[in-house]
Write a protein that binds this ligand. Structure first.
Ligand code: DMJ
Length: 933
């Protein structure tokens, strides 16, 4: 989401009433004086420092874009760990995520206007030529309509917008003749068949070559789409119409928006997450501002800014009012049910909602924007990145982080609105964390798990489209950018569309205004700019005073208290008459209570029971509330049990030359051997065992002695392998999957179970790597022979000093390892005496059954409190494998136990030497790539 510098341009297209959109400009103006009288709080940042950070952003962009162009182009995306292109069909499917890839050089198109913002005009010119020469939009690939619109159509239009701006300036792009616009139009027509539904809501996917529904299309049978998917088209489609004069695009996008508006829940004025494109029924009735809905709201407000149509602002304001009434619980933003908006639907938030403070700035509602942003920043300070989802008490819920730009975006807008240098410091932290934890020799790798610091072989195109723009603009002064950014609006993918479009080809907007909009009671709407004297009442420390109470919200406060207020308001402190922990499915009295509360019990074929609550079936509204509390308790209990059974994922970090800790692989733990979360990490050189499967006494004990043995999965139990390598003197083991091509990107991680016998004799740590991650180590051995790794629960900071440090000799390593082993066995004796990890009490509404209606919730605890993870277990020759997928998403954190601050030193390495090393790294990866081929 976003809106350009905001301000000047926003006023021009909307002449009717005092434009809301002057907000950003006015706020920024206000801050000119605020900055100049700054007396306390964050110290102002010097021009040199800002320039230095801006240059750092440029260097980082070059690293990301350069590696994409060199190693991945014309593929859609770069795989930064294996340093090659991601070509759909050639890699294991990642499910829906892959629907963004249409074999159309996605990253190049998504990067076009970033090149101009970053003042890389020459590179832009080259990139446009490449797009025109190489990109084919007619591939037989099924793609997401939403992603193709925001990334590709938006990318082409952003590129076109800046190409014509440059051409007009008279130096660059003189040869340009609207070719990108022609491509955009071609793509627009390709997307139109998706709108062939009675509702006018688009199908979620389309085949670029065959469209929808033809047998060859392999799509067109879907019934549902997300609200954001159907409601995030208007900016690109209207721009396309207005640039070309072909009105059909804007008409279709407006029709879809009209339909969504019609379908809003009338009493709450909220929309659900997914909707049936044929019937218009809400499929998922939970409602928030994050995943699935986010950019629908964003586009209503921005459509008003770009198109100057009041109806969009009326709708936005209606929704915003509902959001602030029900979803906003400052500093939190929590999903609720559209029909019962006083009931929270979740106790966790997703990372996508981080755009919302930015949108609030554009709306002019600065206080909650500052609060939510500060809360998010506290979460980031704790985990280095914003985890994909986190609970209301700020623990990790989904541990991945695909380098999303939303927080940087909100930081930029808050800086624009407040001028508070605090936000520059925030940006600096983002830059540091990206370089420290996500930078790899061949680009920037998404975080697989923010707790372990492990990577995923993925660098999404939005990282280039958005992250670098916002970070660069944050530190840029007006003269650092070759055009006036405030003449443009940012799309949700941060593509730039010129505000002058508002007065071009307006016929569609005139034609389509329905009478309903004028029927709305708009007496509460903000038609005018908020008074910045109130926003910043002559007090440069105003923003700081809002942030201050939230400074320790993540570490010290008990936000559950905050979010419960509303629930408690309907019956303070009440407990259900039956506590979840006491419930027995065989007790008739319990069943009677359940019935009264509207909870029904379903016996599943596999012996488990499922609980479903229909509030409407409860004896009274009080009983319905009790039922809800009971269900929440049950979900919490279930998740607590789940956590007690599971271990978090671990990290294998390659620390020797030329990796120096920059490559971190996600590993599965073992239920036996040394527990790395409770002990110091294990570090050592790796050696392959013989036999490689480790199923019998090793024939090469001298090679693995004092080292970390590599063993292949299969043929015998994991515990047996561990014993064999331990007997040979190994200080640890890494089991590598024998299933070629498997990867933690696509397969759920699991923990290696024992052999059903006592495994106390196994003292060494054992980790599991899927084949793709394992082959990164095997390839490194082939290339460098001596490869040292660190086995831990969380990757340690990469330290440039390591690169200069003398590599320990093999003997040193053996001695050290032998010592380590002694200390390990001493430590192991203490393990059992340690208290178990604190378990979470959060509920997990993602286990809500999709079939449920109203406020129904379901959970599947097995009868009488047995282990709810049983059902996920699978058995293999290696022993039992417990699915860690939920673990990755829901595991409570253990970093309190670990030592995240362990660093390999503080020394700063000169940039030249870092670059030289990276070049070496890149060469190494190139070699590895060749080996693979
Ligand atoms: C981007 O593709 C867009 O911002 C979209 O609206 C949702 N978020 C992703 C990046 O996180």
């Amino acid at each position: 989401m976003s809106e350009a510098g905001g301000g000047r341009g926003c006023g021009s297209p909307v002449p009717q009433r005092a434009p809301w959109s002057l907000v950003a400009a006015t706020a920024a103006l206000c801050l000119v004086s605020a900055t100049s009288v700054w007396t306390a709080g964050a110290a102002p940042m010097s021009r040199e420092e800002k320039q230095k950070l801006g240059n750092q952003v440029l260097e980082m962009f070059d690293h990301a874009y350069g590696n994409y162009m060199e190693h991945a182009y014309p593929a859609d995306e770069l795989m930064p760990l294996t340093c090659r292109g991601r070509v759909r069909g050639q890699e294991p499917s990642r499910g829906d995520v892959d629907d963004a890839l249409g074999k159309f050089s996605l990253t190049l198109i998504d990067s076009l206007d970033t090149l101009v913002v970053l003042n890389k005009t020459k590179e832009f010119e080259d990139a446009v030529r490449k797009v025109l020469r190489d990109v084919n939009l007619d591939n037989d690939v099924v793609v997401s309509v939403f992603e193709t619109n925001i990334r590709v159509l938006g990318g082409l239009l952003g590129g076109h917008s800046l190409a014509i701006m440059l051409k007009e300036k008279g130096e660059y792009m003189q040869w340009y003749n609207d070719e990108l616009l022609q491509m955009a139009k071609q793509l627009g027509y390709k997307l139109l068949p998706a709108f062939n539904t009675t509702s006018g809501l688009p199908y979620p996917r389309i085949n670029l070559k065959f469209g929808i529904r033809k047998p060859e299309a392999r799509t067109g049978t879907e019934t549902d789409t997300c609200t954001a998917c159907a409601g995030t088209l208007i900016l690109e489609f209207a721009a396309l119409s207005r640039f070309t004069g072909a009105t059909i695009f804007e008409e279709y996008a407006r029709k879809a928006l009209d339909f969504l508006w019609e379908k809003r829940q009338r009493s709450s004025n909220l929309v659900g997450v997914t909707i049936n494109i044929h019937t218009g029924d809400w499929v998922r009735k939970d409602s928030g501002v994050g995943a699935g809905i986010d950019s629908y709201y964003e586009y209503l407000l921005k459509a008003y800014v770009l198109l100057g149509d009041d109806s969009f602002l009326e709708r936005f304001n209606t929704h915003y009012d509902a959001i602030m009434r029900y979803i906003s619980q400052p500093p939190l933003l929590l999903d609720v049910h559209i029909h019962k908006p006083m009931l929270n639907a979740r106790t966790w938030m997703d990372a996508l909602l981080a755009f919302f403070p930015g949108l609030q700035v554009l709306k002019g509602d600065i206080r909650p924007a500052i609060e939510t942003h500060e809360m998010l920043y506290q979460v980031i300070k704790k985990h280095n990145f914003l985890p994909e989802a986190f609970t209301t008490d700020f623990r990790v819920h989904w541990a991945q982080h695909p380098l999303r730009p939303e927080f940087a975006e909100s930081t930029y807008f808050l800086y624009k609105a407040t001028g508070d240098p605090y936000y520059l410091e925030v940006g600096k932290t983002l830059i540091e964390n990206l370089n420290k934890y996500a930078r790899v020799p061949c680009g920037f790798a998404a975080m697989k798990d923010v707790r372990t610091g492990s990577h995923e072989d993925r660098m999404d195109s939005f990282f280039l489209a958005e992250m670098f723009k916002y970070l660069y603009l944050l530190f840029a002064d007006k003269e650092d950018i070759i055009f006036d950014i405030e003449d443009y609006i940012f799309t949700t993918e941060a593509h730039l569309l010129p505000l002058w479009l508002s007065t071009t080809n307006q016929s569609i907007s005139k034609k389509n205004i329905t009478s309903e909009y004028t029927e709305l009671d708009d007496s509460n709407f903000d038609w005018t700019c908020p008074n910045t004297q109130i926003l910043f009442p002559n007090d440069p420390l105003y923003a700081q005073s809002i942030r201050e109470p939230l400074k320790n919200v993540v570490d010290k406060s008990c936000p559950r208290g905050i979010i419960r207020v509303r629930e408690e308001s309907f019956r303070s402190g009440a407990k259900p008459p039956l506590r979840a922990r006491d419930f027995m499915a065989t007790n008739p009295e319990h069943l009677e209570i359940l019935k009264k509360m509207g909870v029904s019990l379903i016996h599943l074929k596999d012996g488990r029971v499922q609980l479903v609550q229909h509030a409407i079936q409860a004896a009274s509204s009080i009983d319905a509330e009790d039922g809800l509390r009971f269900m929440q308790e049950m979900i919490e209990l279930s998740s607590q049990q789940q956590k007690e059974q599971q271990l978090p994922p671990r990290a294998v970090q390659i620390v020797s030359h030329p990796f120096f800790g920059r490559v971190v692989l996600t590993a599965g733990p073992a239920q036996f051997g040394l527990d790395l979360s409770k002990h110091k990490e294990t570090r050592g050189f790796v050696a392959s065992s013989k036999p490689y499967n480790g199923c019998s006494e090793l024939t090469n004990p001298e090679a693995v002695m004092g080292k970390i043995a590599l063993i292949q999965r299969g043929q015998c139990m994991f515990a047996e392998k561990a014993r064999n390598i331990q007997n040979a003197g190994a200080i640890g083991g890494i089991v590598i999957d024998d299933n070629e091509g498997s990867s933690s990107d696509t397969a759920p991680l699991f923990q290696m179970a024992g052999d059903g016998k006592d495994t106390d004799d196994i003292k060494i740590p054992m980790l599991f790597l899927f084949s793709k991650e394992g082959s990164i180590i095997l390839d490194a051995i082939r290339e460098y022979e001596e490869v040292e790794v660190l086995l831990s629960d969380k990757a340690k900071d990469r330290d440039p000093e390591m690169e200069n440090e003398e590599q320990p000799s093999e003997n040193d390593s053996q001695n050290q390892s032998a010592e380590q082993m002694t200390s390990i066995s001493q430590e192991v004796d203490l393990v059992d005496q340690e208290s178990p990890e604190e378990s979470s009490l959060n509920s997990h509404p993602e286990s809500l059954s999709p079939a449920d209606t109203d406020n129904a919730a379901s959970v599947s605890p097995s009868e009488q409190n047995s282990n709810p993870t049983e059902n996920h277990e699978t058995t293999s020759l290696d022993g039992e494998c417990t699915d860690l997928d939920n673990q990755l998403q829901e595991q409570s954190e253990t970093e309190e136990d670990s030592n995240p601050n362990v660093s390999w030193g503080e020394k700063v390495q000169p940039i030249d030497s870092i670059l030289a090393d990276w070049n070496e790294d890149i060469e190494a990866f190139e070699m590895m790539e060749k080996d693979e081929l």
